[in-house]
Design a protein around this ligand. Structure first.
Ligand code: SF4
Ligand code: SF4
Length: 250
């Protein structure tokens, strides 16, 4: 995680699952929680789901109170940025003396640091080819006398797997947009994108509880599954966005 992580990425080494690195982030480090200040923390759809549930909020309220949504310059798609607190510019979930107050539900980027995941896709191949780079933030002491991890051990230890899985589905939308050569979305398309990807409670209301005819086109089994499982609903919502905006997928 960082103010501008790309500046500190070490691109000289691509790490695969069995490659190792040394790192330990513990409360006795002098830098403890320094990395939770003044950062650009983009939230992915699954981050939002986890945090809004942690806070016991509706997704629309969470987005309104805690985030800014804007259209990303590179992607041309809406992105969600966590708002830092005023004055000290600290993460809103950082509490002095306690650390991260949403630790079990912290965003994927916080879990993955000091690694950053690069996921590569191509139209002629199924699935994702991924590898990791190391990010070395100035002042981060975690590399000093750090424990040795394989990337796989780090992913398991930090609970990153479900985040990667959901981010890959989100990435399919960007891939579809890129392959179709669509530079930007209009206002109606942005609303659809926000609803299916970011506002999971709004999507439930629209798709499962409202008068939407689209629900009738779906099988009873699928409706049952996404009614009972919010993560399944988010997976469905992201694929609904991809199909609705780019006519890709089932
Ligand atoms: S070791 Fe690095 S990641 Fe851990 S608290 Fe310090 S700056 Fe943050
Ligand atoms: S979510 Fe937690 S770990 Fe991530 S920046 Fe905020 S306080 Fe730090």
């Amino acid at each position: 995680m960082s103010k501008g992580p790309e500046v500190y990425i070490d691109q000289s080494r691509q790490l695969r699952e069995e490659d190792t690195f040394c790192f330990s982030c513990t409360p006795d480090r002098n830098c403890f929680t320094d990395c939770c200040y003044d950062l650009n923390l983009l939230l992915m759809p699954y981050d939002i789901l986890r945090i809004k549930n942690r806070l016991g909020m509706k997704s629309s309220d969470f987005l309104k109170d805690y985030t800014k949504i804007y259209v990303g310059q590179n992607s041309g798609l809406p992105v969600v940025l966590l708002k830092m607190k005023e004055f000290y510019r600290n993460c809103p979930f950082l509490e002095k003396g306690k650390g991260c107050t949403i630790y079990e539900d912290r965003p994927g980027a916080c879990r993955t640091y000091p690694l950053v995941r690069m996921a590569c896709r191509s139209s002629d191949r199924e699935g994702v080819d991924d590898f990791y780079y190391i990010i070395k933030e100035p002042g981060c002491e975690g590399f000093e006398n750090g424990k040795r991890w394989t990337v796989r051990e780090w992913i398991d230890n930090q609970g990153i797997g479900p985040y990667n899985e959901m981010n890959d589905i989100f990435g399919e939308i960007l891939q579809a947009k890129t392959e179709l050569g669509i530079p930007y979305l209009n206002a109606d398309q942005i609303d659809i994108f926000d609803l299916g990807c970011y506002d999971i409670d709004g999507f439930r209301q629209y798709f499962l509880e409202g008068p939407s005819l689209e629900r009738c086109m779906e099988s009873e089994e699928v409706i049952e599954a996404i009614s009972q499982d919010e993560v399944a609903l988010l997976r469905y919502g992201m694929r609904w966005v991809k199909k609705k905006l780019f006519q890709v997928g089932s």
